[in-house]
Design a binder for this molecule. Sequence first.
Ligand code: SF4
Length: 374
Amino acid sequence: MRISYSAFDTYQSCPLKYKFQEIDKIKTPKSKEAVFGTTVHETMKFIHTPGILSPTLDQAMEHFSNAWNPAVFDSPDEERAAFSQGIRIIQDYYKKNNPANFNIVDLETRFQIEIGDGDDKHIISGIIDRIDKTEDGYEIIDYKTTKKMPSQEKVDNDLQLSVYLKAFLSRYPKEIENIDKLKVSLYYLKHGVKLSATRTIDQLKKSEQLFLDTIKLIEEKKFEPLISPLCDWCGYQNLCPMWKHKFKGLRKIDTEEINKDIQEYIELKSAMTITKDRLAKLQEDIINYMDQEGVERVFGGEGVIARTLRRTYKYDEKKIKDILEPLDKWEDVLKVDGIALKNIMDALPLADRKEIEKARVVDKETKSLSVKKK
Ligand code: SF4
């Protein structure tokens, strides 16, 4: 299949969004964040387009201002804040970088690379924002206008940068011998911070495999919705099963009865939480009283409360293993603990996280309701 990096990224963030966008081809208006990002990217291209003289800060700000589209914003205040932020980004960029000091090789380069082999061959396309020649190698840079900046560890494993480096190497194959001198960077313009890393050949191979695994999921039509903070910027909320009920006014599918059920369910759930908190407080007071009076049972008009001691134990793993292994019972007590696994997942390299995900199968499925109060 042919897939652009941005479509791949959409699948990673939410498979259902990918389906709406790439398969059902449902168009949504460009979000203001996307329009803002495009204008900043255009300005960065203007700043670094090779010429006799690099543009001055004033020229760069003028370019930004001419490309500005105020129509996408909800209010004049919002528009003004976004415009000022754009100007601040450019000023900050000039403070930290002199455009004349860079040896630009290419800007907004389109690429197409082949991955996989045999029947499992695919084409990835994309656009690399900038390639610089550095003193001893090259640097591949992607600009970001997001609010959130990732950790260095995430940049070290970032799939986009690995794909861009592969694309670079398909154009300059000899540079593979120099791979440790090829820098890949994400420039977070809102923060004025560039995070850089390098890649090994092994990392590139692993990232290709990750791509192939994801393409397999797309081919198997796995399009589950994935709720995340990114939903706030998703143009498909009114079609998405996780959100469309919010737009019920437009769809007229609700009856008064279900509205009442929803209301009562939320009220009962919050009453349960209050009750649980109150019970914990009462328990604490009664235990304190028992300690103070040296009693293990207390008597009230409605009944008796007795204190019982519950112990939990932990075992010496080696000793238990020594006892159970000769009896052929050790394997019976070994069980992968899903919660413990989840706790360590974030600290694992991306490739290993994917391998763990591949190693899991659905044991049983139950549907439950959760409540998030407004
Ligand atoms: S609203 Fe959220 S869960 Fe639904 S399609 Fe969009 S990103 Fe996915």
